[in-house]
Design a protein around this ligand. Structure first.
Ligand code: ZN
Ligand code: FE
Length: 260
């Protein structure tokens, strides 16, 4: 997997087999066309997670230039023609089978793509792979533009239940800002402190902090830890009205919205 930087903080993930490539959420065609040219690849498919312009802006140009087949959420307005997908569907790209997972919250019809390699298939180091768009970020989660806190919490629970070794390919390099907030919520989390340092030096050297993996996110991401006593306590210290699993999660998301 190669993260192609786009705009100020997007990544367009590219997966290839040395001949053909698939890209996820191409908000801009230019970085994709350049990578295809440089690496001598033919684009065979485009996967889209949700309808926001920074994820679909390059779809038409790439389809026109390469004839790639486009897959995306059936319930959202994505540039047509498109193979519309719903949760539970499967799609085959580059010989990889991706399972479609409904993850409403950031948008109403947001989907994620999950690949579980068959036993002995070492093409991706044998590790499961997740393209989660703007649902899960390293150390954070997407803003709730169209969905409810209950929906986002359920979506994150679904992702959190995937295998711990799953590689998590998020669409934005928001990690440092997310971790600053996470440290405010959990100042006593030693894994979080260590991961923050690691990410600071990656960024200082101009490297992406992604992909992440689920095992790590479960230790450091407050939005996957909203039932942990440390997080509940911090949220209630910030907003004494916050109560119940959904209420605490909603207050945590609101706190992040206002955090600078
Ligand atoms: Zn978005
Ligand atoms: Fe986005």
């Amino acid at each position: 997997m190669i993260p192609l930087p786009a705009f100020t903080d997007n990544y367009i993930w590219m997966l290839h087999d040395a001949h053909h490539a698939v890209v996820v959420d191409p908000g801009d065609a230019q970085p994709v066309l350049e990578a295809l040219r440089t690496l001598g690849l033919q684009l065979s498919a485009i996967l889209v997670t949700h309808h926001h312009p920074d994820h679909v802006g390059g779809v038409d140009a790439l389809r026109d230039a390469t004839g790639a087949r486009v897959y995306g959420p059936a319930r959202e307005r994505i540039p047509q023609p498109l193979v519309g997908l719903n949760g539970g569907d499967r799609c085959e790209v580059l010989g990889f089978t991706f399972e479609v997972i409904d993850v409403p919250g950031h948008t109403a019809g947001h989907i994620a793509y999950f690949h579980q390699p068959a036993a002995g298939d070492m093409r991706l180091d044998g590790l499961p792979l997740l393209f989660c768009g703007d649902t899960l970020f390293s150390g954070g989660c997407g803003r709730l533009f169209e969905g409810t806190p209950a929906q986002m919490l359920a979506s994150l629970d679904t992702l959190a239940a995937l295998p711990a070794a799953t590689r998590v390919c998020c669409t934005h390099e928001y990690t440092l800002a997310n971790l600053k907030f996470a440290r405010t919520v959990e100042p006593g989390n030693a894994e979080l402190a260590a991961y923050s340092q690691q990410c600071e030096s990656l960024r200082a050297d101009g490297h992406p902090t992604l992909p992440s993996n689920l095992a790590l996110e479960l230790q450091i991401n407050p939005f996957l830890r909203s039932r942990q006593a440390s997080v509940v306590q911090a949220v209630q210290g910030h907003d004494p009205q916050a109560n119940g699993e959904t209420g605490v999660f909603a207050a945590l998301r609101q706190w992040k919205n206002e955090f600078r």
